[in-house]
Write a protein that binds this ligand. Structure first.
Ligand code: AMP
Ligand code: MG
Length: 399
């Protein structure tokens, strides 16, 4: 049997880089940048006025001039006007280019307008170059403004747009087949008999992947039938970059998945991890280096294994940095199973003293997925101690 940390390492070592695709900007929200992005121009691209008011030459003010003749109006989006003579000013709007011959802006609140004259209030304090955002003071043209491996959120989108990137190189989303196996399974909208179960794993795994934009998902549901499993898994392998199966990996008479994967020449990397839930998990590599995760069917196991192993694997192939390692402090003692590591669902509370507290929410067997709803994630308790005591800081994984 494999240790939790070894399982993670073995999986990550086998993840290949996703190809790079060029996408129109509108389709890149939440995607992973696959190129460094450079500033198209200086930022700001010109000396930018930051207040509505008048622009003057500071030396006029320093020489005692308080009444300026308004020579023109400079709006945002217009080429720079010229201040031509001492004592002249240009009326300016926020976002306008600073007019030539000017270096200082006095806000409209600090002047009185009389006809074509603007008089600076006696009490107004004026500093040289005030209310001017100088050209290139944020970034110089050509400098790197975004690095590859960055997720495109709001701020990154603003930078891409300002850099004139109508098309962006991003990591292609892996095409993932999420396959539920089990004769008892019925889809959400089908009639159901007393001996049947609604399939929820495929839906849960799909959401875990797509809400973080880690892949595109095709769902499939297959019976416990070796022949059908062989044909269908073989076909799904052709059309996808990764397979995630759930169910059929334990020791039951109808648990055909490991044997079927072997017959499909999937290279076994490991079977079984010293963990609860999710002990029977199977991982291998199919032709063309495509990863195959075969997770236990119990919904708690399937979701915990997806979060602990599959999501980090997808992040790696997309070129993203690993999840930030997070810790939380247990609010109650947790008794450990013999010889196994434990994933314990938790509800988090961020306390005023800055401590992130994790309240254990044990499930009623690994079939009890109802209890998972409303939890924030789970903590990982490595095997060894008999009890993890309240107050212990432990590693946290969020859903
Ligand atoms: P298995 O790993 O196939 O032995 O399944 C373990 C338990 O999980 C059984 O009670 C199954 O009915 C249940 N199960 C398996 N697959 C799913 C699924 N897709 N959705 C809900 N429950 C499932
Ligand atoms: Mg089954």
């Amino acid at each position: 049997m494999t240790e939790i940390a070894d399982a993670e390492r073995l999986i990550l070592a086998r993840m290949a880089q996703a190809p790079v695709v060029r996408e129109p900007l509108v389709r890149t929200s939440g995607r992973v940048l696959a190129e460094d992005v450079h500033a198209e121009r200086d930022q700001p691209p010109f000396d930018r006025v930051t207040m509505d008011g008048i622009a003057i030459a500071y030396r006029d003010f320093a020489s005692g001039i308080r009444r300026f003749k308004v020579r023109g109006t400079q709006a945002a989006g217009a080429p720079a006007l010229d201040r031509q003579a001492p004592g002249e000013c240009i009326e300016v709007m926020t976002g306008a280019m600073l007019p030539r011959g000017c270096d200082t802006v006095i806000p409209v609140e600090r002047i009185q307008r009389r006809g074509d004259e603007a008089e600076v209030s006696e009490s107004a304090e004026v500093a040289e170059r005030q209310f001017v955002h100088p050209q290139g003071s944020d970034r110089r043209a050509g400098s790197v403004v975004l690095r590859r491996g960055t997720v495109i959120g709001g701020p990154e989108m603003a930078v891409l747009a300002s850099a004139g990137k109508a098309e962006v190189a991003v990591a292609a989303l892996p095409r993932v087949a999420v396959i539920s196996t089990g004769d008892e399974l019925v889809d959400v909208d089908e009639p159901i008999a007393p001996h049947q179960i609604r399939s929820c794993n495929d839906r849960a795994i799909e959401t875990a992947l797509t809400r973080h934009r880690l892949g595109t998902v095709t769902r499939a549901r297959l019976p416990d039938d070796e022949r059908v499993l062989l044909d269908e898994i073989g076909r799904l392998h052709e059309e996808h970059d990764m397979l995630i199966l759930s169910g059929g990996v334990s020791m039951g008479q109808f648990d055909f998945v490991p044997a079927v994967l072997e017959r499909l020449a999937v290279e076994l990397v490991f079977h079984k991890i010293e963990q609860r839930p999710g002990r029977p998990m199977w991982f291998g590599i199919a032709r063309e280096g495509k990863p195959v995760f075969a997770l236990p069917g119990n919904p708690v196991s399937a979701l915990v294994c997806t979060t602990r192993y599959v999501l980090p694997a997808l992040r790696k192939s997309l070129g993203l940095a690993p999840y930030r390692v997070e810790h939380a402090v247990l609010t109650a003692d947790v008794r450990m199973p013999a010889r196994l590591g434990l994933f314990m669902p938790v509800v988090l509370e961020s306390r005023p003293d800055g401590v992130l507290a994790a309240e254990p929410r044990p499930t009623n067997t690994s079939g009890d997925f109802i209890t998972l709803a409303g939890t924030d994630g789970f903590v990982e308790l490595p095997r060894g101690p008999e009890v993890y005591e309240r107050g212990t800081a432990v590693r946290l994984f969020r859903w």
